[in-house]
Design a protein around this ligand. Sequence first.
Ligand SMILES: [Zn+2]
Length: 60
Amino acid sequence: MTDFSNQCFVCGKEIDPETTELNKQLNLPVCDNCKGTEREKKAIDDHLESMAEGFVCGCI
Ligand SMILES: [Zn+2]
């Protein structure tokens, strides 16, 4: 499994977790190049979808 803690979740670029902001929805780091872009929004959607598939649970 990929460790997302030290790379931008949008473009996969290595980042410094100490200085990089987290996306508040996913709690994953996003670099300055991707922050606030359409690509970021799309990556969020992709992540939420894959998480939904991973946690199939009727307890919402
Ligand atoms: Zn990025």
